[in-house]
Ligand binder design. Structure first.
Ligand code: SF4
Ligand code: SF4
Length: 484
């Protein structure tokens, strides 16, 4: 069996020695704090303190310029806009390219080392891994109120006598409902679950009903009206104006598979994440309806998930544009369910991501398409594929997706290399604590991160054949137990 921690050969005493060598920039007090922290995490990692309980909370986690901000139109999402620009369904183009590669005995940019036979069979596995994703409304964007993502629960696979026969709510206590909803979210597979007050800003102004179709987009507005249940009419989708909360869920992805990015194994990992997300989203929405409230399962659809997740306290947005969580870094898929159920919101958290990303830039360095900015946060992105008026790091989605189409499958280098992805090992906790408490040391951590080989690309063959893979490839036993 191969060690699946890659950095497991770095001894703790060596690390502390290393710190000693680099100590000049810290000062004595910094080292005293580090030493105490090292002692606190010196055990085998199973008795870790809850890292969330150490974090500060923030009242307004997202800065918005109200004069410039307007709700984003889904027809300008990268997949949709690039399909129009190139007059082809860019996702199908990506898959076709992947098939061309393995048929010709090569496998794209990814893996000169990967046997074409493995690439072919893993492509079949990847399609299977996405099956529950497809059944539950692939990705969610453009799939609003379709099939399993029904906004009312009218789904073919639910008994007709069950649909629409839920009594009015009997339970109204927000604390009790919050406890139950979080229990059910976890029972259906969510690794993280947080709740935020509903924020209309993060709802698409329009959805594209023919996603990724390279001709004229067919769109419908999303409006808010005084209706009892979510509705779809010929010209619009209606969210009832009593919408009050979003339940936001995070699903860890197979980190080791992701470290082979941009290989087909990485795409299998994201497919598994999407499938878990779809199952959970639909299941939780049904549970909420049975409690007498309405629920809209979204997956990626209805609005971008990252701002919901920030407001629900799951994490902060990083330079890569992805949500960084304390438990899994950016290695999570995100989903949300909107509802009128009275719930208790969680507090947004500050884990020092902005300070760390200012120094780190590792994702930008390792991005094969140079889609990630090396510059400071700003108020608008380089393409119309992003919203404007939000202060954050913006990617060039056109460059990113164009690379995927050339590569023959997706990419996750920005997830794999991020220091926050590395897992819940003692050094990881020490890093997180130091980022938060000794910002001056941030530059040092990038050096150390490279020195530890964190996020280094892994050989796909090694991962397939030599590593003992856990269920879904996730590492719950080694990662932090989330207290969210
Ligand atoms: S997915 Fe790959 S190409 Fe896209 S931004 Fe991330 S690293 Fe760059
Ligand atoms: S790789 Fe570095 S810069 Fe990029 S998101 Fe992660 S911490 Fe931030």
């Amino acid at each position: 069996m191969s060690d699946n921690t890659r950095h497991g050969d770095v001894k703790r005493r060596d690390f502390v020695k290393m710190l000693g060598g680099l100590g000049a920039g810290f000062g004595v007090s910094g080292f005293t704090m580090l030493a105490n922290r090292e002692k606190a995490f010196a055990s085998d990692g199973n008795d870790e303190p809850d890292i969330r309980s150490k974090l500060n909370t923030i009242d307004s986690p997202i800065q918005v310029d109200e004069k410039r901000y307007e709700r984003f139109n889904q027809k300008n999402l990268a997949y949709n806009l690039l399909s129009r620009e190139t007059n082809q369904n860019c996702v199908m183009k990506m898959f076709q390219k992947g098939v061309t590669y393995w048929k010709s005995g090569q496998t794209g940019y990814e893996i000169p080392e990967m046997d074409p036979e493995d690439a072919r069979t893993m492509m079949a596995f990847m399609w299977g891994a996405n099956s529950m994703n497809v059944i539950t409304g692939a990705f969610g964007e453009g799939e609003e109120n379709k099939g399993a993502l029904s906004w009312t629960g009218e789904i073919d696979f639910v008994d007709e006598h069950f649909n629409h026969h839920f009594p009015p709510p009997t339970m109204t206590d927000p604390a009790k409902l919050t406890r139950l909803v979080k229990q059910m979210a976890r029972l259906s597979g969510a690794d993280l679950v947080g709740i935020c007050r509903f924020n209309k800003k993060w709802i698409y102004s329009e959805v594209q009903r023919n996603p990724m179709v390279p001709d004229q987009p067919i769109t419908k507005k999303i409006t808010f009206e005084d209706v009892d249940q979510p509705k779809e009419l010929a010209d619009r989708l209606i969210i009832p104006s009593d919408v009050s909360h979003a339940v936001v869920m995070g699903y860890e992805q197979a980190r080791l598979l992701g470290q082979t990015s941009p290989s087909i194994l990485n795409m299998a990992a994201s497919g598994l994440g999407y499938s878990r997300m779809g199952f959970s989203s639909v299941t939780l929405a049904n549970y909420i309806r049975a409690q007498g409230y309405w629920a809209i399962p979204c997956k990626n659809g209805v609005g971008p998930s990252v701002p919901f997740a920030i407001e629900a306290g799951l994490g902060q947005d990083g330079r890569s544009g992805l949500l960084i969580t304390p438990e899994f870094g950016p290695n999570v898929r995100l989903d949300k369910v909107l509802t009128n159920m009275p719930l208790v919101p969680d507090k947004p958290i500050d884990l020092g991501v902005y300070e760390f990303c200012n120094y780190c830039k590792k994702c930008a360095r390792e991005c094969p398409s140079k889609a990630i900015s090396m510059a400071d946060r700003t108020w608008e992105g380089p393409t119309p594929m992003s919203m404007v008026g939000v202060y954050k790091w913006y990617n060039d989605h056109r460059k990113c997706l164009s690379f995927w189409m050339e590569n023959g499958n997706n990419c996750g280098n920005c997830v794999a290399v991020c220091p926050f992805t590395k897992g819940d090992f003692w050094t990881h906790k020490l890093t997180e604590w130091t980022i938060k408490n000794i910002p001056v040391a941030d530059g040092l951590w990038l050096t150390l991160d490279d020195a530890f080989h964190y996020g280094e690309r892994r050989d796909a063959n090694e991962v397939l054949r030599d590593v003992d893979i856990t269920p879904y490839g996730i590492e719950k036993d080694k990662f932090a137990k989330s207290k969210l």
